[in-house]
Design a binder for this molecule. Structure first.
Ligand SMILES: NC(=O)c1ccc[n+]([C@@H]2O[C@H](COP(=O)([O-])OP(=O)(O)OC[C@H]3O[C@@H](n4cnc5c(N)ncnc54)[C@H](OP(=O)(O)O)[C@@H]3O)[C@@H](O)[C@H]2O)c1
Length: 362
């Protein structure tokens, strides 16, 4: 696709994960004359706002290239991400998709739950001018590389470790299973649908991997040396976990209870990358949207659109469910590093974790 230089290079469709962020943002864009709104008032208005672009983003690659994108919010209510609101949420995602197509963004990432509502089926929305990606391949890459790095820093040999994946049958979960099944001693797989879970466990065993699966999380938690949280649920409890277990919570919103970071051991928010060349929001809403303890950190799914835009790979790169191969994880991670987009420093709700990951080189 040849495109005029003035056009957008990418777009990101997303949703917010807390009313606190939304409240801050809404009051940030109101003038002093309009006054501030209470959380209750914001909650009453928010669901009626149609999908729209909130700010432009400029990103610089290590190669010196610069790309321009746009962030489009769906205005999905953060406490209504479940199936009960599916029809409304689907309509909001489809409105945001139509908006991105109108802007002729050549590659569009559907962040967080926006792709989950569509079950990753993005191809029907693609047009000759606009392609879509869930961004789950780069998210998976940052999760698995982050876990490997955390294991090195915490002197854990993954080859003798039991690795629990919560949300194992999901798109990102399956990518993590595929990556680790030949690299760890034992996989512990958890999800709520028993039939899908047992089928996955059967595939792992058929491929020569060792694994145990259970729909009851409590039976697996005490056995895990590493826990990867990639479920589409929140407020999961960590009862009975080994104190030294390494935990990667990559959920958006977070899968674990907010107090999870207070436990002993190493817990980090996974699936996150950091842009070496930095990025700029216009208008600059970083004070309302930026919640990270280090600069230039972004979700892997959003970064995937940026990497594809730098590479001019305008294709439905991550689409459907269960299609993420180890080869694609390695490919997008290599391309990401080429543009100076690396694993984010480890952090959680309490700030930066005491040690930093070493930035991998290509
Ligand atoms: N960090 C990032 O950049 C980033 C990027 C994209 C997505 N995400 C987040 O990553 C998570 C997974 O995304 P995805 O696209 O892989 O979702 P998905 O395909 O819908 O998979 C979700 C998985 O979670 C399981 N699950 C849901 N609730 C569970 C519970 N209470 N206990 C155990 N398993 C449960 C589901 O299986 P059952 O239904 O059978 O339980 C399924 O295996 C989401 O939170 C998403 O927002 C993060």
């Amino acid at each position: 696709m040849d495109r005029p230089a003035s056009r957008l290079d990418f777009a990101v469709i997303g949703h917010q994960d807390s009313w606190a962020n939304i409240h801050t943002f809404v009051n940030r864009i109101r003038t002093p004359e309009q006054g501030t709104l209470s959380v209750e008032k914001v909650k009453a208005i928010f669901p009626f706002i149609p999908a729209r672009d909130l700010f432009r983003v400029t990103v610089t690659s290590r190669t010196g290239d610069t790309i321009k994108g746009v962030y489009i919010d769906t205005f999905i209510e953060p406490d209504k991400l479940g199936v009960t609101n599916l029809r409304t949420n689907l309509r909001k995602v489809e409105d945001a998709i139509a908006f991105a197509k109108k802007l002729e963004a050549p590659i569009v990432a559907l962040g967080g739950f926006t792709s989950i509502f569509l079950e990753g089926e993005l191809s029907p929305y693609a047009s000759s001018n606009t392609r879509f990606t869930t961004g789950n391949t780069l998210t998976s890459a940052f999760i698995v590389k982050g876990v490997e790095q955390a294991a090195v820093e915490n002197q854990l040999d993954l080859r003798s470790a039991s690795v629990l994946i919560i949300g194992a049958t999901g798109d990102i979960g399956r990518a993590c299973v595929g990556y680790f099944q030949s690299r760890v001693n034992n996989l512990l797989l958890c999800a709520r649908n028993k039939r899908r879970l047992e089928r996955l466990a059967g595939e792992v065993k058929a491929g020569g991997g060792r694994c145990t699966s259970a729909i009851e999380l409590s039976t697996l938690l005490p056995r895990a040396d590493v826990i990867i949280c990639v479920a589409s649920s929140s407020n999961l409890a960590l009862a009975g976990v080994k104190p030294e277990a390494i935990i990667c919570d990559a959920g958006y919103p977070k899968n674990l209870f907010r107090d999870a970071a207070d436990r002993p051991g190493f817990l980090f928010h996974g699936g996150m990358g950091q842009v070496e060349g930095g990025y700029r929001f216009e208008p600059d809403y970083t004070d309302s949207f930026y919640q990270y303890p280090a600069p230039d950190i972004i979700h892997g799914c959003i970064l995937e659109a940026m990497v594809l835009a730098f590479e001019k790979r305008f294709e439905n790169y991550s689409s459907g469910r269960g299609n993420i191969t180890v080869e694609k994880v390695e490919e997008i991670y290599r391309l990401s590093l080429k543009h100076g987009i690396a694993l984010a420093p480890f952090f959680n709700d309490n700030g930066l974790c005491p040690t930093r990951p070493k930035v991998s080189s290509i």
